[in-house]
Design a protein around this ligand. Structure first.
Ligand SMILES: [Zn+2]
Length: 440
């Protein structure tokens, strides 16, 4: 096992590109892997970086582990899994698609898997801002069938079970580190219509899990992150909640390692929740400075984060990005998460295609994602860029009724989220979606 000092790197684009994934996977292997071998020698063992959660109260850390599942744990052939939506709030193109698959569930235990998955998801979606924005998610269950019930390493390291995804505790000798064969995960997740994020629920009462961020996944993985968590442990859901913080909010870890010393880079970190600035009034989250945070402290600049002890600051004393003992994001994390939701999902969708010109008498219906709590959606209409105030809030209009007459004129619906949870103007700008139809 070796710890890696490289900070979490946010992906450069919302949709992870194959080229970038290859480059980063090679970089990960070369920083954490064994020394280079001569060309004629056996290929070096593939390694991956994962985030490890020693216990609900302990701070997570990142470790490097073998990427390949030993053959003893790998199921040779598994029956085709059933794929079904647990929640469908809109079209795949307009939603974040979360795929949940089980491991260590036999053919006769698929109902148990569905119940366990629903329980995990309900726990995660009780945390803000997931709670308010659950309506931006589609959730798919992929019922992977394992030959044996339970997973390897439960309860002891010597226990080996053949399962669909090769899940195992004691990964690289760390009891609570629940690794998975990410190649198998990729194949199963591909059975759902789209996968932005994948959760693997392992059939076990033992505490454990792991987080694989985009740069740590095999080249070509189409999703942003994978989180593993044990089914019956009532704290393991926090692993999924934390990992989504990386993959959706592009948030950095807010913890540090003893002995890591000062932050070694001169440039301001890319993540929304780390800054080199010591003065809260100069921090990137200055609009939140002094606010009483849901995690318990006042928003300011707290030294330590991104694995380093000094020279870098986090917004609050604690948070879900620092320790799983905290069960809330801070307001800075919430803001980044909401901006991330809107980068991949749209609150506004319509069954009337925008690609084809519409008749003036054609009713145009729009749908708003079923958001609650923190969210504050407002629907407005305009014709050729001029607002039509009386139509505010209407879900169905015709171009004629709005005053649009003649070919080429344009009708636009815009939904803006006026949530108080967004203070950064750039984030607020991302929280608006528009659709435009052209008259024929
Ligand atoms: Zn993390």
């Amino acid at each position: 096992m070796s710890e890696v000092a490289v900070p979490y790197r946010a992906r450069p684009h919302r949709r992870w590109t194959r080229t970038a994934a290859v480059v980063l996977a090679v970089a990960a292997a070369s920083t954490g892997g064994p020394a280079a071998e001569p060309a004629e020698a056996a290929p070096p063992q593939r390694v991956q970086r994962v985030e490890y959660f020693p216990g609900p109260g302990a701070e997570p850390r990142r470790v490097t582990v073998p990427a390949d599942t030993p053959a003893a744990r790998r199921a040779d052939r598994a029956p085709d899994p059933a794929v079904r939506p647990l929640q469908r709030t809109g079209p795949v193109s307009g939603r974040l698609d979360l795929v949940v698959t089980g491991d260590g569930y036999t053919a006769g235990q698929q109902d148990e898997f569905a119940a366990d998955a629903a329980e995990k998801l309900d726990a995660i979606f009780r945390i803000e801002p997931y709670r308010s924005y659950r309506g931006l998610f589609n959730i798919w269950l992929v019922g992977a069938v394992s030959p044996e019930s339970g997973v390897s390493g439960d309860p002891t390291a010597d226990v080996v079970r053949k399962t669909a995804l090769g899940s195992a505790f004691f990964c690289d000798g760390l009891e609570r580190l629940l690794c998975v064969d990410t190649g198998a995960v990729t194949r199963y997740a591909a059975l759902a219509p789209d996968a932005d994020i994948v959760f693997v629920v392992a059939n076990s009462a033992k505490y454990g899990g792991a987080g694989y961020s985009a740069p740590d996944l095999p080249p070509g993985s189409p999703f942003h992150g994978v989180a593993t968590m044990s089914s019956d442990n009532d704290r393991s859901y926090l692993i999924g909640a934390h990992e989504l913080g990386h993959s959706i909010g592009e948030l950095a870890d807010e913890y540090q390692y003893p002995g890591y010393g000062p932050y070694p880079w001169a440039e301001e970190p890319a993540a929304a929740n780390l800054t080199l600035r010591r003065d809260p009034a100069e921090a990137k989250w200055r609009r939140w400075a002094g606010v009483q945070d849901p995690t318990g402290s006042v928003v300011g600049t707290y030294e330590g984060g991104g694995y380093y002890e000094t020279g870098v600051h986090r917004p609050t004393d604690t948070s879900l990005m620092r320790t799983l003992a905290a069960t809330e994001f801070n307001v800075v994390g919430r803001e980044a998460m909401i901006a991330g939701f809107y980068a991949d999902a749209d609150a506004l969708t319509s069954p009337v295609p925008t690609a084809e010109p519409v008749r003036g008498t054609r009713p145009i219906t729009v749908r708003l994602a079923p958001l609650t709590g923190l969210a504050d959606l407002r629907l407005t209409w305009s014709v050729d860029g001029r607002p039509v105030p009386w139509a505010t809030g209407l879900r169905t209009v015709t171009p004629y009724a709005l005053g649009a007459r003649g070919p080429g004129h344009r009708v636009t619906a815009t939904v803006t989220d006026r949530t108080a949870a967004l203070r950064d103007p750039a984030a607020r700008a991302r929280a608006a979606n528009s659709l435009t139809w052209t008259l024929r």
